[in-house]
Write a protein that binds this ligand. Structure first.
Ligand code: FMN
Length: 437
């Protein structure tokens, strides 16, 4: 029988949990325990990985200040994903942990060293979400006035990946000898200098960590622009996307697979996961009611627009909610999300754009209903798209323990019953699990 299984991952960040709602967890997850518990729950549900989003600034675009972000706990406070990935990874044994780290912020040597260390600590379950940063506000925390333009960011990132590859290759796989009698820990003939001198980076090497269980971390990437897609196709093991509807999901995946092939890689080794924000209920009616309640909550519009402002650096507070956007907007930041949101030419008012996009900025397809209804729909969508899975999240990435359990103990068993999700891990390392089907 054909294997119908697809992959499941989760997209979250180290920000306050769903603190405002009746089933909130208090808003102070800073000792990491809430998210460690989340990781354990997702491991119980056999997720491939949990991915921690990250940004390196306090948003100040919406309304020209940080008021909305700080008052609502929206994208800030945001703690560092790398230590959380370690905590989650060491509390689990099969779940992959993926941290977002920016090529703008870390020199390649530190990135290679840190990710190699975490891959060893998690016994081969670490992934790196490669971002170049997309905000001038972030660039201004690193000695620049503005971000480089998108194409140059990707050009720099291409060289960065070249350096990373050389650093990971600077130790032969069998360089650790551990010969007690001869008194040799590592064979110096098997550890090589890198001596990279390029347009943007100059790195001597070798790396000073041992080869990690996966050799290098799993690479995750989310580029949506043509350059971004080429970059992802050249490097990523898993590509995450926010397409709009089944047809664009399918088109995106096919486009990526063609680019992967052009880059000389095997498309079956690159797993494309689509963001979705399911709303689950005991009955379909109850789920729809919950969904409507979310859309009509006073926070929903402002949270959506404030987070969109943060990632595009366009102030959406300046536009009339009851009118269409005055012009097609462009950004040097997250262009894919902006284009999906603005549906240019649709004539919809700004408020309609927010509400129609119901599942938020990160929903590729609407999923509302009982676990059975949603599992059926996910199966249909994957069949049409052709693969490879979903990245589950919430409209503004904020989670409650209740929602995590609804997915892990309601939706996932419904998927498993249909043969659509794994019921046990076949491997110990993240890349092996991702390539299992
Ligand atoms: C699902 C998804 C997740 C992303 N996560 C992050 C993130 O955690 N941090 C970040 O700086 N950018 C993140 N991005 C932005 C992308 O890495 C990229 O910078 C952005 O999409 C702009 O590149 P593009 O114009 O090629 O799409 C994310 C984008 C998507 C679609």
């Amino acid at each position: 029988m054909a294997d119908k299984r697809f992959h499941l991952a989760w997209f979250m960040n180290f920000t306050p949990d769903e603190w405002r709602e009746p089933f909130g967890q208090g808003g102070l997850p800073w000792d990491g325990q809430f998210y460690v518990e989340m990781a354990k729950t997702l491991e119980r549900a056999c997720f491939d990985y949990i991915m921690i989003e990250d940004k390196l600034m306090v948003p100040q675009t919406y309304g020209g200040s940080s008021k909305a972000s700080l008052n609502h706990g929206m994208m800030v406070p945001k703690h560092d994903p790398a230590p959380l990935a370690v905590a989650m990874g060491m509390a689990t044994s099969r779940l992959g942990v993926v941290a977002t780290m920016s090529t703008m912020a870390y020199p390649p040597f530190l990135m290679a060293r840190l990710s190699s260390t975490i891959d060893s600590l998690t016994k081969g379950r670490f992934g790196w979400n490669i971002v170049t940063s997309a905000e001038d506000l972030a660039a201004q925390n690193f000695g620049m006035d503005k971000l480089p333009p998108r194409d140059q960011r990707y050009e720099m990132a291409d060289e960065y990946m070249d350096v990373m590859g050389k650093l990971f290759a600077s130790w032969d796989a069998d360089a650790i000898v551990l010969d007690r009698d001869a008194g040799v820990y590592a064979d110096d003939a098997k550890v090589h200098a890198v001596n990279h001198v390029g347009k943007y980076f100059k790195v001597r090497g070798p790396l000073n960590t041992v080869p990690s269980p996966q050799g290098r971390p799993l690479y995750v990437q989310a580029g949506a622009s043509p350059k971004g897609r080429d970059f992802a196709a050249a490097h990523a093991d898993s590509i995450i996307s926010v397409a709009s509807g089944v047809a664009s999901m399918k088109a995106f995946r096919e486009d990526i697979r063609a680019r992967v092939e052009k880059a000389g890689r095997d498309p079956d080794q690159v797993k494309v996961l689509f963001c979705v924000t399911p709303t689950l209920g005991e009955t379909d009616d109850e789920a729809r009611e919950k969904y409507q309640r979310m859309l009509n909550s006073p926070h929903f519009i402002i949270d959506t627009l404030a987070s969109l402002s943060a990632i595009t650096e366009i102030d959406f507070a300046q536009f009339d909610l009851d009118k269409p956007l005055p012009e097609k907007l462009v950004t040097n930041g997250e262009s894919g999300t902006l284009d999906k949101f603005q549906q240019w030419g649709s004539g919809k008012t700004l408020k309609e754009l927010v509400v129609d996009g119901g599942g938020g900025l990160v929903s590729s397809v609407e999923l509302v209903g009982t676990p059975d209804t949603v599992a059926d729909r996910m199966g249909e969508v994957m069949e049409e798209v052709g693969g490879d899975g979903f990245l589950i999240t919430t409209p503004v990435l904020r989670v409650s323990r209740r929602f995590i359990v609804e997915v892990a103990d309601g939706l996932v068993p419904a998927l498993q019953k249909r043969g659509l999700a794994r019921t046990a891990y076949a491997h110990e390392k993240l890349r092996d699990n991702l390539l299992e089907f």
